[in-house]
Design a protein around this ligand. Structure first.
Ligand SMILES: Nc1ncnc2c1ncn2[C@@H]1O[C@H](COP(=O)(O)OP(=O)(O)OP(=O)(O)O)[C@@H](O)[C@H]1O
Ligand SMILES: [Mg+2]
Length: 311
């Protein structure tokens, strides 16, 4: 008889519909997230990639219920995350970039990892969880400063998955770590995805790790998702000119002898109002039409927000 080790989730782990988040700053209004729609299916890892300031963390904060949004709708495992910053967002496991900042310095590792269970009123031993993330249980009586950066990030991951959340968000989980440790943490995330069936929203600007971890990838530019598709499709045949430029400037491709494309110039001021394609000022293929809003061009399940998509 077939044995199921994890409950089968039928609802999407995440549904974001037409989400907009704005910040008022002295020089104007920044649409940090500008009409984003994105789903994460049960057991799926979706990566969100893009340059610094494109809105990745703001999107994550809105999903967590930490960031008010002006319009749109967010559902986590079918439950709505409200404008009142409460509700389902609390059920999400979160792994931030800096394991030093996100861990209480005066608590033992046992207290740190047990905290989500305690808050949820659940009592069960954490040793299996600690072993699952590759930590020795002997570390449980130590303090964060006695652990390495990689060990602390493992502890942060243990906390994030302690309640078997429907969704785990990782925001640049390896950016603060040494290269060799980065690979170990990525391996751990990949193993956990296979073992637990958790869904992941994986935020990064490191394209090579996306290829390793994600089933689908969303490319963000100035608050919008400009391309969305299966990881392999996006890497093999990018449809948006921005994605193509990102891939061509990725260090690994350069190392393989590809000539990097010409630098695309500066990202426009985030407070500037751009009625047409936001990438047009940097796009090598821009035409006069690009001053009007681009259609979302779909080819199968591979979309690009562009008047003149590639492929
Ligand atoms: N609290 C805030 N107040 C004002 N502007 C903000 C605030 N938080 C973010 N922004 C602006 O919103 C935009 C998106 O920022 P966000 O931090 O989401 O980008 P990001 O993609 O996570 O960047 P990075 O890769 O550097 O982490 C940026 O222009 C940023 O300056
Ligand atoms: Mg960020």
């Amino acid at each position: 008889m077939e044995q199921k080790l994890t409950p089968v989730m039928t609802k999407n782990a995440l549904d974001v519909h037409d989400l907009t988040v704005q910040f008022s700053v002295p020089s104007g209004v920044i649409s940090a997230v500008d009409g984003v729609s994105l789903s994460v299916l049960p057991g799926e890892a979706v990566a969100v990639v893009g340059e610094s300031g494109c809105g990745k963390t703001t999107l994550a904060r809105a999903v967590l219920g930490l960031q008010p949004f002006i319009s749109g709708r967010i559902e986590v495992a079918g439950g709505e995350v409200g404008h009142d910053l409460s509700g389902q967002g609390k059920r999400i496991g979160m792994v931030w970039q800096d394991p030093f900042a996100s861990i209480q310095p005066k608590w033992t590792m046992r207290k740190i990892i047990e905290e989500p269970l305690r808050l949820a009123g659940e009592k069960r031993p954490i040793e299996p969880l600690v072993e699952q993330v590759g930590l020795s249980v002997s570390l449980l009586d130590r303090y964060p400063h006695e652990l390495s950066g990689g060990q602390r990030q493992r502890a942060a991951i243990a906390r994030a998955i302690a309640l078997q959340p429907p969704l785990v968000i990782c925001d640049e989980p390896t950016a603060a770590l040494d290269l060799s440790i980065q690979a170990q943490i990525l391996n751990l995330l990949k193993d956990l995805k296979a073992e637990t069936g958790c869904s992941f929203l994986y935020i990064t600007h490191d394209l090579q790790t996306v290829r390793y971890l994600a089933d689908r990838v969303a490319v963000m530019y100035m608050g919008q998702i400009v391309e969305l598709g299966k990881t392999e499709d996006v890497f093999e045949s990018p449809r948006h000119h921005y994605t193509k430029a990102l891939l061509e400037s990725s260090p690994n491709l350069a190392a393989l002898g590809h000539v990097p494309s010409a630098p695309l110039g500066e990202i426009p001021d985030p407070t500037s109002h751009i009625p047409g394609c936001k990438f047009a000022s940097r796009c090598p293929a821009a035409q006069p039409t690009c001053q009007t809003p681009p259609p979302n061009d779909m080819k199968g399940d591979h979309s690009a927000l562009c008047h003149f998509p590639l492929n």
